[in-house]
Write a new protein. Structure first.
Lengths: 232, 119
C-alpha cells in the first residue's frame, strides 16, 4: 500500500516535470537584469568573475545572511550532539570503543596530501575574483583538509576554542568591512573601500579578495567545528 | 538542447531522491535521498540560466569584456545555487546530528522505531 502511494506520487511529479522539461526553450539572449550584471561587474567593480562580483558586492547581504545560517547550523550541531548532553546525564554513559589506529597508507597519504590540499584551498579562495572559485568553495576544501587530518589520526582533537575564536573574528571583520562600505563608499559591503587596481591583477577588485579570505576562513573553521562535533 | 538535457537530469535525480525518501526505512538512507533531492533541484536551477551558445560569465582572454553581454550565460542562477549548496550542507549536517541522537536513544537506525507520536 505504501509502495502504491509512493509510485503514484512519483508518477504525478514525473508528469509535471516532463511537461516542464520537454517544452522548455532556451533563451537566445540574456534578460535585462543579467545583461546589466554582466556589464557592470567588470566595469564598476573591476572583477573578471561576474558570479563572485554578484555574490560579494551586489548581493553581499544575502551572503552575509548565509554566513549566519552556517553559524546557526554549527551551533545547532554543537547543541544536539555536543558534550553538554553527556555531562548532564541525559543519555546513559557508554564507554566509547578505543579508536583503531589508521592504516599506514592513510597516515602517509595524509602527511603528503594535507599541505597540498591546504595550499589548493588557499588558491581557490584567493582566485575567487579572477576565475572560478571563491570563499565558500575554498572553505569547503579547507574543511576537507581537516577531515583528512582527523581520519589519519583518530586520537587527534581539534582545538575548538581556537577555531571558534577565529570564526567569530572573521565574522566580525566581515561586518566591519561592510560598515566601512557604508562610511567610505556607496553602501553596505561595497567593494570600493579598497583601491580597485588593474583589471585581472592579483590584488584588484577592491575588497572582494579580502571578503573572499574572510569568508573562506570562516566557512573552513565552521565546517571543521561541525566535523569535530560529530566525533564521539 | 543542453538546457533540456540538464533539466531532465535534475528532475530525474529529484524523483530518485523522492522515491528514496518514501521507500527506505534506514534513517541514513533517507538523509542521502534528501541530499539527492537538493542536488537535483540545483541542477534544474543552473539549467535555467543557460543561454543558447553561451559560455561562463568570466572575463578573460577567451571572453573579452566587449563580447560578454552577447555570449555569457545568466550569472544569477549560478550565484543562487552557490548559496543553495551551502544551505543544503547545513541542513544535512543538522539532520545527521538528529540521526546520531535518535540512534543513541532507540539503539536502531530504523525509522519504524519512532512511533511515539502515533495515536
Amino acid at each position: 500500500m505504501r509502495r502504491l502511494t509512493a509510485l503514484t506520487a512519483i508518477a504525478l511529479f514525473a508528469l509535471v516535470f516532463a511537461s516542464v522539461a520537454l517544452t522548455y526553450i532556451e533563451p537566445a539572449a540574456l534578460s535585462p537584469l543579467a545583461l546589466s550584471y554582466v556589464r557592470h561587474v567588470p566595469q564598476d567593480l573591476n572583477a573578471p568573475n561576474v558570479v563572485t562580483g554578484i555574490l560579494l558586492t551586489y548581493r553581499a547581504f544575502d551572503t552575509l545572511g548565509e554566513v549566519a545560517a552556517l553559524f546557526m547550523a554549527a551551533a545547532s550541531v554543537g547543541l544536539v550532539v555536543g558534550a553538554g548532553w553527556r555531562r548532564a546525564g541525559a543519555t546513559p554513559a557508554q564507554e566509547p570503543a578505543p579508536p583503531r589506529e589508521a592504516s599506514e597508507i592513510v597516515r602517509t597519504g595524509a602527511q603528503v596530501l594535507a599541505p597540498l590540499v591546504a595550499i589548493f584551498a588557499a588558491y581557490i579562495i584567493m582566485n575567487g575574483h579572477l576565475s572560478a572559485g571563491g570563499g565558500f568553495q575554498g572553505g569547503a576544501v579547507l574543511a576537507g583538509c581537516a577531515a583528512l587530518i582527523l581520519m589519519a589520526d583518530p586520537q587527534k582533537r581539534l582545538n575548538l576554542k581556537f577555531l571558534g575564536a577565529v570564526e567569530s573574528l572573521a565574522g566580525v571583520l566581515l561586518v566591519l568591512v561592510g560598515v566601512a562600505g557604508v562610511v567610505f563608499a556607496g553602501g553596505f559591503l561595497d567593494n570600493r573601500v579598497l583601491p580597485l587596481g588593474t583589471f585581472g591583477a592579483f590584488f584588484s577588485a577592491g575588497a572582494i579578495p579580502l571578503l573572499s579570505v574572510l569568508l573562506g576562513v570562516k566557512v573552513g573553521c565552521e565546517l571543521s567545528v561541525i566535523l569535530e562535533g560529530f566525533r564521539a | 538542447m543542453i538546457s533540456n538535457i540538464v533539466m531532465a537530469t535534475g528532475f530525474v535525480l529529484f524523483l530518485v531522491g523522492l522515491w528514496g525518501v518514501q521507500s527506505h526505512r534506514n534513517i541514513l538512507r533517507i538523509i542521502i535521498s534528501y541530499s539527492l533531492i537538493g542536488t537535483g533541484a540545483h541542477l534544474v536551477i543552473v539549467a535555467i540560466g543557460y543561454v543558447a551558445g553561451g559560455t561562463a560569465p568570466i572575463i578573460d582572454r577567451a571572453l573579452p569584456a566587449a563580447e560578454a553581454p552577447a555570449r555569457a550565460i545568466d550569472p544569477i542562477p549560478s550565484a543562487l545555487v552557490v548559496t543553495a549548496i551551502v544551505i543544503g550542507l547545513a541542513v544535512t549536517a543538522i539532520m545527521l546530528a538528529y540521526a546520531i541522537r535518535l540512534y543513541e536513544k532507540k539503539k536502531t537506525l530504523n525509522v519504524d522505531a519512532l512511533t511515539e507520536s502515533k495515536g
